[in-house]
Design a protein around this ligand. Structure first.
Ligand code: F6R
Length: 608
């Protein structure tokens, strides 16, 4: 979603703010702006488009000042143009606000403010905040911000400056992530730690309802009643080079190639090889508690929802407990049957997805325990869940999720092993699963070593208008994920289907122009998939097949083959995901698409 960064300290603010914005650009990139205290007043620069546009403006007309705020936007209210770019200003231009989130009562507040004489310059809900703070301003910025926020419904992470109280940044959070960075004699505010990691690793994650005041000589955190709050300082162990491209042309490719390491990191210290199970320190559930649940609901969005489907299959197969997978965005609006005997697993790379967070809170409200499977340490879902499993995949910057997906599946496998053991899976059945897990990093490496072959297949298909992805069993979610990757970064229409469902409708689409990707490793449903391949071939479709051995039954039926190593059924979608990510990547690059920042998408969707 949008990104916020702010700075107060001895250094010039504008280079630091622009650098921070560039690191946040993956979160939103339709316009950007800065507001800096220049000694006389608030000076702003704003530009539609990429951060480089804003940088051009700031270089042409530098702003001198050591305190400022900045924003990169992903439009929710109003078109991505100059007027709607943040920061937004009060009528007298003395107050500047940057905001992530949505002010739900923005229209009524706007009307009320217009009625008392405020003039708006944008279509955004954020501008309401600037005028509302102006309305309450009486010399002290944090008091005015507190007053204003009491009138606001919705979600926000905000940073505010004012030339009438010029030595502070006021930041506040409700439902949209925000953190304070503590440097040497300087302070930062940011929506994401990557914006400030080059300058400090000491951060305080704000909680909902917190308001932080950053000044040159210190910071304070208060609550909505202005009472002082104490928040823990966290040390971030991500390196700067972990959030840089490391020689790869795109973050997405770098992250695809990181997967042998990232899945290893997800497993590290958690496998009990001899016992054929896993240990998970953070789930905060005793064996007795784990055995008390009647069912499991897994909720997530997008790619994380696809990993949830794989988790459903694994848990039901091995732990023999009913599992349902719910789109988080639908879950809380349909009065789900869920209570204290349900375990709710919440999967989110960012830990900040608004729909997923809301679904988790709904489940908790109904008495369910929530376990988070999350990548970003200290994110809201990580903090508000009752326990969880960090996937330790490191920062995922490419908008299309890749390494988080494979690590989520690993985390689900570890959880499955733990639960299944308690529910009767013998060690001798768990052991081959653990052994298969241990082989996966090297197997992924094998797939990556053949990236060139996948690139040459991409050459043949980059002008396709549509794609179908078909798989069965564990590889139906892999088909969904393959299709999602392709459509989001290449803008080719793609659909994933259970292979056998094809004959109930999508088969009508098959002709010589339709590429069909079959995920057909040698697993328990392989023979069934062969029949589906035949159905496509008989109608002239162009078949790309992911296979794991030379299969006589496929001879003459496939046009392109991508070979993946063999593993047990439950891990086949991991080995399928990697070449499908590469296929999507290479097709998108050949079409000239910006794979790291696909149009209309944002990395972390913090609005409903
Ligand atoms: C697809 C993608 C999205 C996310 C979804 C959930 O490549 O990245 O579909 O998976 O927005 O995000 P998280 O996992 O952060 O909750």
């Amino acid at each position: 979603m949008c990104g916020i960064v702010g700075y107060v300290g001895p250094r010039l603010a504008s280079p630091l703010l622009l650098e921070g914005l560039k690191r946040l650009e993956y979160r939103g990139y339709d316009s950007a702006g800065v507001a800096i205290m220049n000694g006389k007043g608030v000076e702003t620069r704003k530009a539609p488009g990429k951060i480089s546009e804003l940088e051009r403006l700031v270089t042409a007309a530098p702003i001198h000042g050591t305190l400022g705020i900045a924003h990169t936007r992903w439009a929710t209210h109003g078109a991505p143009n100059f007027c709607n770019a943040h920061p937004h200003l009060s009528c007298d231009n003395n107050i500047a606000v940057v905001h992530n989130g949505i002010i739900e009562n923005g229209s009524s507040l706007r009307q009320a403010l217009e009625d008392v004489g405020h003039t708006f310059r944008s279509e955004t809900d954020t501008e309401v905040l600037a005028h509302l703070i102006e309305e309450f301003f009486d010399g002290n910025l944090e008091e005015a911000v507190l007053e204003a926020l009491r009138k606001v419904e919705g979600t926000y992470g905000i940073a505010v400056v004012s030339s009438r109280d010029p030595n502070k940044i006021v930041a506040a959070r409700k439902g949209s992530p925000l953190l304070v960075g503590l440097g040497e004699g300087e302070y930062f505010v940011a929506s994401d730690v990557s914006a400030i990691l080059a300058h400090t690793r000491q951060v305080i994650y704000l909680d909902d309802g917190d308001l932080a005041v950053l000044e040159r000589d210190g910071y304070r955190i208060i609550d909505m009643q202005a009472l002082p709050m104490t928040r823990a300082v966290n040390s971030i162990d991500w390196d700067l080079d972990m959030i840089e491209r490391g020689g790869f042309p795109h973050f997405m490719l770098k992250e695809i190639f990181e997967q042998p390491t990232t899945i290893e990191n997800t497993m590290r210290g958690r496998l009990l090889v001899e016992e054929g199970t896993a240990k998970l320190g953070g789930i905060n559930l005793t064996n007795e508690e784990l055995l008390e649940f009647d069912n499991i609901v897994i909720t997530a969005c997008g790619t994380s929802w696809h990993s949830a489907l794989i988790g459903e299959f694994m848990i039901e197969e091995l732990a023999r407990i009913p599992v349902e997978v719910e789109y988080a965005s639908e879950f809380r609006y349909r009065n789900p049957v869920i209570g204290p005997r349900t375990l709710c697993i919440v999967i989110s790379q960012s830990g900040e997805t608004a729909d997923t967070l809301a679904a988790m809170r709904e489940a908790q409200k109904r008495g369910a325990r929530a376990l988070g499977i999350v990548n970003v340490v200290g994110s809201t879902i990580a903090r508000e869940s009752d326990g969880g499993i960090y996937i330790h995949a490191g920062p995922e910057i490419g908008v299309a999720s890749t390494k988080a997906f494979t690590s989520q599946v690993i985390a689900l496998a570890l959880f499955t092993l733990r639960l299944a053991r308690l529910r009767g899976l013998p060690a001798e059945e768990g052991r081959p699963i653990v052994e298969a897990l241990q082989k996966l990093p090297a197997q992924i490496k094998d797939v990556l070593d053949r990236a060139d072959e996948i690139e040459s297949i991409a050459d043949e298909f980059n002008d396709a208008a549509n794609f179908l992805y078909l798989g069965r069993g564990y590889n139906f979610p892999a088909a969904l994920e393959g299709a999602l990757k392709l459509k989001e970064i290449s803008y080719i229409h793609a659909e994933g289907y259970p292979a056998a469902e094809m004959k109930h409708g999508p088969i009508a689409l098959i002709d010589e122009n339709m590429p069909v990707v079959f995920i057909a490793p040698h697993d328990s449903v392989f023979d069934k998939v062969v029949s589906n391949v035949q159905e496509v071939k008989a109608r002239g479709g162009r078949v790309i097949a992911l296979t794991s051995r030379s299969e006589p039954s496929l001879a003459g039926k496939i046009d392109y083959e991508i070979r993946v190593p063999e593993t047990i059924d439950m891990f086949t979608p991991i080995l399928a995901a990697v070449p499908l990510q590469l296929l999507a990547y290479y097709i998108a690059v050949k079409r000239g698409a910006n794979v790291d920042q696909p149009r209309n998408l944002a990395k972390s969707v913090t609005v409903e």
